[in-house]
Design a protein around this ligand. Structure first.
Ligand code: UTP
Length: 296
């Protein structure tokens, strides 16, 4: 079967970083398990992969982060206790993680960079196309970014990135793509990527977000990619090598809801926004309104 007709059914979630922006809590709690009220970030991400058809999930983990794998395992003792007490909702909630996807894990063996973390998926993924979902952000399931990316990758066989428009004055905070338009309003051809450009030198205001669909042919390229910026093996460098050698690179422009949980302020916004949409937190929105008024 040719590479261009296969759809990605596997996902790699790099979750082995040191999470320095979240110290001290991340000294012993993985950033990827921080809760959005009562559900960890990682569960949202695994649901996003599974909903897109990539329900074979490889977690790239690290020493001290085994609790991420435990979270997706069953807890018979707790299940029995909840069943005995007739706590059916709680029982369903603890069974949900293991039912969402088939979880595999591999240790990164040192936080040597995102490219290195993704490269640890080589043996599990093989030469198939696969999705990469960074472990500290997620998209609203209704907004269907990953399904669109997987569909596009199956058509092109190349690399598919996710892009979001950011205010011009903020471009120097992100990786920015230079792009050419295509016939599709939400798809661009990516002609280059620059990390944190000066405002007057940015080729666009389209920033890369943490979702990628990649061909399996990236693994040997990652293997040969030397450490780049920050002494880390960069996924961007490997993608750029492939682009320079003729691999098509496209970007899907995402205009939906994306939740960042990688640093404290964005994480707090995510919690408040999602908590305010729940109807099982009595009094929260009333309190939020009152509290907001005290800040004026
Ligand atoms: P980040 O750069 O945001 O995570 O990587 P970090 O390095 O853990 O956090 P800071 O910057 O020090 O605060 C995005 C995702 O990639 C994973 C992280 O775990 C995170 O989910 N990652 C990063 C790896 O798995 N391995 C790495 O070597 C680097």
């Amino acid at each position: 079967m040719s590479e261009t007709s296969r759809r990605a059914t596997k996902a790699v979630i790099p979750a082995a970083g040191n999470a320095t922006r979240f110290l001290p809590v991340t000294k012993s709690v993985p950033k990827e398990l921080l809760p959005i009220v009562d559900k960890p970030v990682l569960q949202y991400i695994v649901e996003e992969a599974a909903e897109a058809g990539a329900d074979d999930v490889l977690l790239v983990t690290a020493r001290g982060k085994d609790s991420m794998v435990d979270y997706f395992d069953s807890r018979f003792d707790l299940e029995e206790a909840l069943a005995a007490k007739g706590k059916d909702d709680a029982l369903e909630s603890i069974r949900a993680p293991e039912r969402t996807a088939e979880i595999h894990a591999v240790r990164q063996g040192g936080a040597l960079g995102l490219g290195h973390a993704v490269g640890r998926g080589a043996a599990h993924v093989g030469d198939e196309p696969f999705a990469v979902l960074l472990g500290d952000e997620f998209c609203h399931l209704d907004d269907k970014l990953l399904p669109r990316m997987i569909e596009l990758q199956a058509e092109t066989g190349g690399i598919v990135l996710a892009l979001m428009e950011v205010p011009r004055e903020d471009v120097s905070r992100w990786g920015i793509a230079s792009v050419d338009a295509t016939d599709d309003d939400d798809v661009v051809e990516v002609t280059g990527m620059v990390e944190k450009p000066a405002v007057d030198q940015a080729p666009s205001n389209l920033s890369l977000i943490g979702r990628y669909v990649l061909p399996g042919s990236i693994f040997p390229v990652l293997h040969d990619t030397p450490p780049g910026r920050g002494g880390e093996i960069q996924l961007t460098d490997a993608m750029d090598t492939m682009r320079a050698k003729g691999t098509p690179v496209h970007g899907v422009i995402f205009r939906g809801r994306r939740y960042d949980t990688g640093e404290p302020a964005a994480y707090l916004q995510t919690i408040v926004e999602l908590a305010s949409e729940r109807d099982d937190l009595p009094g929260f929105n009333a309190w939020l309104r009152e509290f907001g008024a005290t800040l004026d």
